[in-house]
Design a binder for this molecule. Structure first.
Ligand code: GLN
Length: 546
């Protein structure tokens, strides 16, 4: 695999959820800030071909790339940190690897051979790892291996790493992230789990080059030295990864720990310029020094697992930060809301976001929420299913379309105001068959969307099967809900607004996939601004009434 690209593998030990994705993204950020072109890839050891068919409760949000891949939510972190889009090649699952190998076997590519995990599956893993480097676009590719070392599922990936470490033309290092637990009763930091985790890697023939130790407390020098001694690593390559106030602190913490320099030394690359992190630090300053506070409600049915709405919450954080507003997120389960309790549940909100989703559960709560936001003039952002609920609500309560619905929930509705897209008819397979990825949208001049984007043609990412039924468009527009964003190629309605409302916007696409730290998404920025305006005007009214 000759290529000048260098590779960093990130593995994890002891437990899951240690934040490999954030460490990988932070390292990538620092290397990028030194002038290197970097991308990150995630290898997921499950058998689903992609996470698109997974319930959000299982795996959190499904992140969609520009080219329409349904991927792991870590790719969202990569994009938010690096401000560079990822693609299909940035996320590979065991399912995809096996699918490819099995298809080749059926085609006869291995005629006469027994197809085996080693070398056929490991070769395919290695091919996928090298793909991003071969584009010639990157100096460094960081490959994060999902799961925990020692899992049965991870074995072929670790084996592929072992083989690559021995390939003469393949320049790579391994960064292993583990946990150093703190035992409160004895007041001790324990290194044994780390030692065992490294042993487990060594049993697979992989010696890590750098260890990052996740910890609640600062690691004394002797703890680092002990780990270095037991794990065959130089003490300066033992990096403390202390719990942070926000994930956006982690690149700065890693810079303090000199992770970027240690990595460049190991890869034999020059340090380049000092990391340019000014914009990042300014973001952190604003994040930690808000001037005002608002309450924004997120109405969804997967709220027990906040990761289900990861990109949405991060987009709100970006937008709040740039406005120097601290946004207090109020999570409300859509199944808990009805006409009777809507006022008590929603009255303290300065803004309402109705989240994306699929299926019948919680729909009536979402529709009731939209009605409350519309009637009480609370800033409203509806995303995908949230936009569809806004259309359903307007149909039922303003246009008098009794039982108006989406045919997704009620196929026989007398008013199918949301219905299955033409291109979706006849599709039976569920995996990877939605309308996915980036499509252009023409934005109406006099609209909230245009005020936000300040552009007439935008491009946003999609993930849906149903859409606004254009048969009803004229009636909606006449009654006060306008289509302010249209796909120029097929006239699909992408944005709806109620001009006679302070800020009411529903979008069929997912703006949350495009918000980054240095480029907060304009729709979220304006939505959060509108919530502050509402709050300030409430204060003024209260003063006037006194
Ligand atoms: N279930 C709806 C559809 O398929 C909305 C999807 C979504 O919110 N991502 O059109």
């Amino acid at each position: 695999m000759p290529s000048s690209t260098k590779y960093i593998f990130v593995t994890g030990g002891v437990t899951s959820s240690l934040g490999k994705g954030i460490i990988a993204a932070s390292l990538a950020k620092l290397l990028q800030a030194r002038g290197y072109s970097v991308t990150i890839q995630k290898l997921d050891p499950y058998i689903n071909v992609d996470p698109g068919t997974l319930n959000p409760y299982e795996h959190g949000e499904c992140f969609v790339t520009e080219d329409g891949a349904e991927t792991d939510l870590d790719l969202g972190h990569y994009e938010r940190f690096l401000n560079v889009p990822t693609s299909q090649a940035n996320n590979v699952t065991t399912g995809r690897i096996y699918q490819h190998v099995i298809n080749k076997e059926r085609e006869g590519a291995y005629l006469g051979k027994t197809v085996q995990v080693i070398p056929h599956i490991t070769d395919e893993i290695k091919r996928r790892i090298a793909l991003l480097g071969e584009t010639g676009n990157y100096d460094i590719v960081i490959t994060e291996i999902g799961g925990t070392v020692g899992d049965i599922e991870s074995l072929p990936y670790i084996e592929a790493v072992r083989q690559l470490k021995w390939e003469p033309d393949f320049d790579c290092i391994v960064l292993h992230l583990t946990l150093v637990p703190y035992l409160a009763t004895s007041g001790e930091l324990k290194t044994k789990p780390t030692q065992h985790s490294v042993k487990s890697l060594l049993e697979s023939g992989v010696q890590p080059d750098i260890l990052a130790l996740r910890t609640e407390h600062k690691l004394p020098k002797d703890v680092k030295e002990k780990v270095a001694l037991f794990c065959n690593i130089s003490p300066k390559a033992v990096i403390e990864a202390i719990d942070a106030e926000t994930i956006y602190d982690v690149p700065i913490l890693m810079e303090d720990e000199k992770l970027d320099k240690v990595v460049l030394d190991k890869l034999g690359l020059p340090y380049g310029k000092e990391p340019e992190m000014l914009a990042w630090k300014e973001f952190l300053f604003k994040f930690k020094n808000p001037k005002s506070q608002v309450n924004i409600g997120i109405i969804g049915k997967y709220i027990e697992l906040k990761d289900s709405y990861k990109s949405i919450t991060e987009s709100i954080i970006h937008a709040g930060t740039i406005n120097q507003i601290n946004v207090n997120l109020v999570w409300i389960h859509s199944e808990d809301i009805d006409e009777k309790n809507a006022d008590s549940l929603l009255k303290n909100l300065d803004g309402i976001l109705v989240a994306p989703g699929f299926g019948e559960r919680g729909i009536e709560g979402k529709v009731t929420t939209v009605k409350y936001a519309r009637q009480n003039k609370i800033p409203f952002l509806g995303i995908c299913l949230g936009m569809q609920c806004a259309v359903i609500e307007f149909g039922r309560n303003v246009l008098g379309f009794n039982d108006a619905h989406s045919t997704e929930m009620y196929p026989a509705t007398p008013y199918p105001v949301i219905y299955l897209m033409e291109e979706q008819r006849g599709i039976v397979n569920k995996g990877g068959t939605m309308r996915l990825g980036a499509y252009p949208c023409k934005v109406e001049n006099n609209s909230k969307a245009h005020e936000a984007y300040k552009e007439s043609v935008i491009s946003e990412r999609h993930r849906h099967r149903y859409e606004f039924n254009n048969k009803y468009l004229a009636e909606y527009e006449k009654a006060g809900m306008k289509a302010t964003g249209i796909n120029p190629e097929n006239n699909l309605v992408e944005i709806v607004e109620i001009p006679n409302h302070p800020w009411f916007v529903g979008v069929q696409f997912h703006p949350e996939y495009k918000s980054t730290v240095t480029k907060p998404h304009p729709l979220f920025v304006d939505f959060v601004k509108a919530t502050l305006q509402l709050k300030e005007s409430k204060k003024t009214t209260a003063v006037l009434n006194n």
